[in-house]
Design a protein around this ligand. Structure first.
Ligand code: UDP
Length: 313
């Protein structure tokens, strides 16, 4: 395998994937319509002769000249605030976009990896979540546009696999953090770091007892890279099972940010906000030999330095 198409290339995970594949001596075609992506994430790659960038919306017909060995579909708005602002685009990129890219994968005989999500488990009634759990999703709630697009994406990917014999991989991505997260995407860690750095109130939603399990971006990228090169076609959870309450994360961020005068304040809990989330990663461990290695303290420190720099402090 040597030529890959990465959609959502200017986004948080997409841009790190571009770096990983360039480092691994691939030719990389990055594609993004830039509605949530940021070209500064991949600016450093434009001078590389093995990197090309197409400004394109994958929910429209996708054309790539020549051969293609793999497609990694990472284009999508990916935070609750983005889904509220762009519900139709979120539905289209997960459904029409995935259909277009599966057609391209079939035509090119390329392997297709889709970025699915822990959101397919909804507000889970089982914790931790194994891949066999079918989830508890509200299709018409604010998160429905994302959750159902991703569930459809898994369904059509399996259909292309079984009916057309396309080689497919499905990664269910749990909360991931690190450099290149968007400062204002509304997610917990970008919000907490920028609030603490700018001495604003730290907004914890609900009473902060809801849990998440945060995976450092380098671990996530290694897991995805390993899954692509495996021969396993069923969904695989990739995430760090280090589960923590949101209030505790807010406290750790506040403690880490030097000389912050911020206070933690409590705001209303958004509708359908999952109460718990933690991946069961035994499949990733057994099938891929993958384990997260970055500890939370060190990962948060690297993320802090990134946000400090981004906010010009
Ligand atoms: N959250 C919060 N304050 C914020 C942003 C998010 O307390 O300013 C909470 C949010 O309600 C959720 C958790 O942090 O319970 C993680 O939110 P995020 O949007 O990062 O990810 P997701 O809910 O998709 O896991």
């Amino acid at each position: 395998m040597n030529k890959v198409l990465i959609t959502g290339a200017a986004g948080f995970l997409g841009s790190h994937l571009c770096d990983k594949f360039i480092r691994s001596k691939y030719h990389v075609i990055g594609m993004d319509n830039l509605i949530t992506g940021d070209l500064t994430n991949i600016e450093h790659l434009f001078a590389n002769e093995h990197f090309e960038f197409y400004h394109h919306d994958v929910s429209k017909f996708v054309h790539v000249p020549g051969n293609l060995d793999a497609i990694l579909h990472f284009a999508s708005p990916a935070s609750p605030i983005d889904y509220l602002k762009m519900p139709i685009q979120t539905l289209k990129v997960g459904s029409l976009g995935t259909h277009n890219l599966l057609g391209l994968a079939k035509a090119k005989k390329a392997r297709m990896l889709i970025a699915s999500t822990s959101e397919v488990y909804g507000d889970p009634l089982v914790n931790p979540q194994p891949e066999e759990y079918w989830g508890n999703v509200n299709p018409i709630g604010p998160r429905g546009v994302y959750d159902e697009a991703k569930r459809f994406q898994e369904a059509i990917t399996m259909a292309y696999h079984t009916y057309h014999g396309v080689e497919t991989r499905i990664v269910r991505i749990f909360n991931t953090y690190g450099p290149r997260m968007r400062v204002n995407d509304g997610r917990a860690l970008p919000a907490f770091f920028s609030q603490a750095i700018l001495n604003k109130d730290i907004t914890v939603f609900g009473d902060g007892s809801q849990t998440r399990s945060f995976c450092y971006v380098d671990d996530m990228i290694n897991g995805i890279f390993t899954l692509l090169h495996s021969d396993y076609a069923l969904p695989v959870n990739i995430g760090n099972p280090d589960e923590i309450s949101i209030l505790q994360v807010a406290k750790e961020v506040l403690e880490m940010v030097e000389n912050s005068s911020s206070n933690i304040v409590f705001k209303g809990l958004p509708k359908d906000d999952p109460k718990v989330r933690r991946p069961n990663i035994s499949k990733a461990q057994d099938i891929l030999g993958w384990n997260p290695t970055m500890g939370r303290k060190e990962g948060l420190q690297l993320t802090y330095q990134y946000f400090l720099n981004k906010l010009n402090k």
